[in-house]
Design a protein around this ligand. Structure first.
Ligand SMILES: [Cu+2]
Length: 334
């Protein structure tokens, strides 16, 4: 076994062992607790249990509102600087009642969306501000894994440039083992590469689907158990509380990335039909009418839809266990 393999094996075993230890501590605590006395008819009501610690919002409230496309311009260089973090300050609120110990880029889940145009050069840097090794993997780039996608230690900085040769809707993520943990804990985002020939104007939204397991860092749950929360843009049901909006007759263009790490997304709008779909967001992969768009973990899609009548239209993954766990939002059409 090489040194690197040995390090990775110890990382995985260390994390798995930490998970087992946490479970053991919880079961010991519950078995050590004295049985609660039966309340007497005159006893005052017992105090409510202490509220769980609230996490910060996973990402900015306007995360879905993607920046406008940039007209094609030969030789343009676009900077992207990411900082990897984990630790106590990275507790995020993934639903009304669940907080989660995230790992993330730039303090948010999903990470910031990068929007560039075919031909742009991305000047990228990653600074590791965490306590663990981290790395980057851009699905939009074509660059050696052995050179640019390797882990960097805490305190280190990685820099390289890549060119967006192909239009598309792409995932990027941390690829440090155990990859399943770095993804499920929140180290992912979207890259949208627009074609040189501009698309017609539309109301545009970016949706990144991701799964959360337990309270974070639980590799055993990620490997073997169903997700506890499945969310669009980091928080369950957030667009039920605050719907995305568009107008009757306007083209709504969804850039959808499925970060996984494990479940397919079956992207669907209840009460509507997509009239134009591009698998992975590339115009060469265009389809006409689609009712539901299957998006594998690590894949993306561009889904366009127009509405004939005002009203509310839910957007979901039609894999309904995941829709019920939070991957459901609302479009308000006026
Ligand atoms: Cu990482």
């Amino acid at each position: 076994m090489s040194d690197e393999q040995g390090i990775r094996r110890r990382q995985i075993l260390g994390t798995a062992a930490a998970g087992v230890f946490a479970v053991a501590c919880r079961s010991k605590a519950s078995s050590d607790a004295a049985p609660a006395p039966a309340p007497s008819p005159s006893a005052p009501p017992s105090p409510a249990p202490a509220a769980a610690k609230q996490g910060k919002l996973p990402c900015p409230a306007d995360f879905a509102e993607i920046a406008p496309a940039r007209p094609y311009q030969p030789g343009r260089v676009v900077p992207l600087a990411l900082e990897a973090s984990e630790g106590d300050a990275e507790l995020i609120q993934i639903s009304a009642d669940k907080s989660y110990q995230s790992m993330n880029f730039n303090g948010q889940v999903p990470a910031p969306t990068l929007r560039v145009t075919e031909g742009d050069q991305v000047r990228f840097s990653l600074t590791n501000k965490g306590f663990l090794p981290h790395s980057i993997d851009f699905h939009a780039a074509q660059t050696p894994w052995s050179k640019n996608y390797q882990s960097i230690a805490p305190g280190q900085k990685l820099e390289f440039e890549w060119t967006a040769h192909h239009p598309g809707v792409f995932m990027y993520h941390c690829g440090t083992p155990p990859v399943i943990m770095h993804i499920a804990d929140g180290m992912y985002g979207a890259v949208v590469v627009d074609p040189k020939k501009p698309r017609p104007s539309a109301r545009e939204f970016v949706i990144v689907q991701g799964e959360f397991y337990g309270t974070g860092h639980d590799v055993n749950a990620m490997l073997n158990k169903p997700a506890d929360v499945v969310a669009f843009n980091g928080r369950a049901l957030q667009y039920q509380a605050k719907p995305l909006t568009a107008k009757v007759g306007e083209t709504v263009r969804f850039f959808v990335v499925n970060a996984g790490p494990n479940a397919f997304s079956a992207f669907h709008v209840i009460g509507g039909l997509f009239h134009h779909v591009e698998i992975d967001g590339n115009p060469q992969n265009a389809f006409g009418m689609r009712q539901t768009v299957d998006i594998a973990p690590g894949a993306g899609a561009l889904c366009e839809i127009r509405f004939r009548e005002a009203g509310r239209y839910p957007f979901v993954t039609h894999k309904f266990n995941d829709a019920t766990k939070g991957a459901t939002g609302l479009l308000e059409i006026t």
